[in-house]
Design a protein. Structure first.
Length: 136
């Protein structure tokens, strides 16, 4: 149990550092390359324009991060979260409007946003994993 927490904390760190580095503008040359490599690894061999048109309201959970961390959608849209990590994650709303079960690797969770607003989302297992969904 305790070992697990330590491992999780260690795994969580690099992602947080990357975000910090990107936000501050440090190692600008390295960070995009790494992110691009991750994106390419996720994507099947399709043309870029095809990839863009598919699942605009999709959130990927990978490397203990929600990607994108900020998503803007239209009222009535359904967001699909997919966990690509080998570690389970959950999708929980701060205000208690929705809460997924633990998502194992490649599991998905969907929620339809019927009201405009700003929805804070976090992982119930790793509360430092956060994202914001704006519904317009
Ligand atoms: Cu998590």
């Amino acid at each position: 149990m305790q070992t697990n927490s330590v491992v999780r904390a260690l795994l969580t760190l690099p992602g947080g550092l990357v975000i910090f580095a990107a936000a501050v503008g440090l190692s600008a040359a390295q960070t995009p390359a790494r992110e691009q490599a991750q994106v390419q690894a996720q994507m099947p061999m399709h043309a870029p324009e095809h990839a863009q048109s598919q699942a605009p309201n999709a959130v990927v959970i990978k490397n203990f991060m929600f990607t994108p961390m900020a998503l803007t959608i239209k009222v009535g849209s359904t967001v699909t979260w997919k966990n690509l990590d080998g570690e389970p994650h959950t999708v929980v709303n701060d205000a208690g409007m929705f809460r997924s079960a633990a998502l194992d690797q490649n599991d998905t969770y969907q929620f339809k946003f019927d009201k405009p607003g700003v929805y804070k989302v976090f992982c119930g297992i790793h509360p430092n994993m956060r994202e914001t969904i704006t519904v317009q």
